[in-house]
Design a protein around this ligand. Structure first.
Ligand code: UD1
Length: 361
């Protein structure tokens, strides 16, 4: 059975790595990987393939960035050609990016069943491009591979119950696998920050980068923090900071650095006093690593992370950010909600046609 896997953006490389490995280990499955080229900078793409030991994609469509319509449309045109050439039995898509929806739309038009990893996630905010990508992809999917029980419930509320499997979160699998290699990067030492003595910050969601008022709120919040800030800057955010003419004030301990690799990111998150982010993936990674997180948004898809105060929604107001950091989490981090670290294996087994693998308890 042949699977055509579509990836394109940083978080998809992380999710696909262990699933591809599990597919290779499962008899009877052949995987052909297509990289749309949505993320193309070396430190947003090649570095991830290298660190996560992902096989070179058979196709790199080189689509790059652009307005949503053009980016998605260009991907669709090329993916249709590739699907026609490869004649796969399944299309496998990940998460919620424009690469995901492009793959799903193409597959549905040529009657190719779709398997969606990270199905059922909802922010209930349709102004987010990712939310629309999720809803459409889930509607079109045959195999809906959910990371959490909440994701299964979200689908049921939309009337989607067939082909739904709670498999656990492949990002938990990956954090567990990467922990010791992450430590070997000595990322903290190289940046001159001590364990527990700095904050790790990332910002890239359009709602924050494309709204100068929200972006300024976050920056004012960072300016008040009581320890150095390590801030790997996504290219979208670099553009937004330039557009508002912002630079850290003299004497402020805010280190703007280039995007870092997955292993460095895990090492930084594991050692940060707290993580401040609008990324979905990093909210979970902070939890998996037992570090408190402040989410710079008004809502989260990952509501399990909020239990015990491990993740706090603070939006972009400097006061709310400060208040969130002042409340330490209680109890143990609720990582059990994200499965048992064997999600990738379950996904490969389901793809191979062994539905008895469903459900991770
Ligand atoms: C995309 C996804 C988002 C995911 C995120 C992970 C969509 C709608 N959004 O957002 O769900 O969480 O990836 O990072 O698909 N750029 C570069 N170099 C790169 C990649 C991007 O310079 O390697 C710049 C371009 O100027 C581009 C901007 O970043 O305009 C945004 O890139 P884009 O692919 O549109 O979306 P992301 O913000 O990365």
């Amino acid at each position: 059975m042949k699977i055509l896997t579509i990836v394109g953006a940083r978080p998809q490389f992380v999710k696909a790595a262990l699933v591809s490995e599990a597919i290779q280990a499962t008899g009877g499955l052949i995987e052909v990987v297509v990289h749309t080229g949505q993320h193309y900078d070396a430190n947003m793409s090649a570095l991830f393939f290298d660190q996560l030991e992902i096989a070179e994609p058979r196709y790199n469509l080189g689509i790059g960035s652009g307005p949503h319509g053009r980016q998605t449309g260009d991907m669709m045109a090329r993916l249709e050609e590739v699907a026609g050439q490869e004649r796969p039995d399944w299309m496998l898509v990940y998460g919620d990016t424009n690469s995901t929806i492009a793959g799903a739309l193409v597959a549905s038009k040529i009657h190719l069943p779709i398997a969606h990893v990270e199905a059922g996630l909802r922010s209930f905010n349709r102004r987010m491009p990712e939310e629309v990508n999720r809803i459409v992809t889930d509607t079109l999917s045959t195999l809906l591979l959910c990371p959490t029980g909440t994701a299964v419930e979200n689908l049921a509320r939309e009337g989607i119950t067939r082909g739904v499997h709670r498999v656990g979160d492949v990002m938990l699998d990956m954090v567990r696998r990467a922990r010791s290699r992450a430590a070997a990067t000595r990322a903290c030492e190289r940046l001159g920050v001590a364990s527990g003595g700095f904050y790790l910050v990332t910002v890239h969601r359009a709602e924050n980068t494309d709204n100068p008022e929200r972006l300024r709120g976050i920056l004012a919040g960072l300016d008040r923090l009581d320890a150095p800030v390590v801030f790997p800057v996504h290219p979208r955010t670099r553009g937004a900071l330039e557009a508002i003419g912002w630079r850290p004030r003299d004497g402020a301990a805010i280190r703007l650095i280039e995007p870092v690799g997955y292993l460095e990111m895990i090492e930084l998150a594991a050692n940060a006093r707290a993580v401040l982010t609008d990324s979905g993936g990093l909210q979970k990674e902070a939890l998996f690593l037992g570090r408190p997180c402040v989410t710079l948004r008004e809502e989260t898809e990952w509501i399990e992370t909020l239990q015990g105060g491990w993740n706090v929604l603070a939006g972009t107001s400097p006061d709310r950010i400060a208040e969130a950091l002042a409340r330490p989490p209680e109890d143990a981090p609720p990582t059990g909600a994200f499965g048992d670290g064997h999600a990738a294996r379950r996904i490969a087994t389901l793809l191979a046609g062994h539905p008895e693998a469903a459900g991770c308890g």
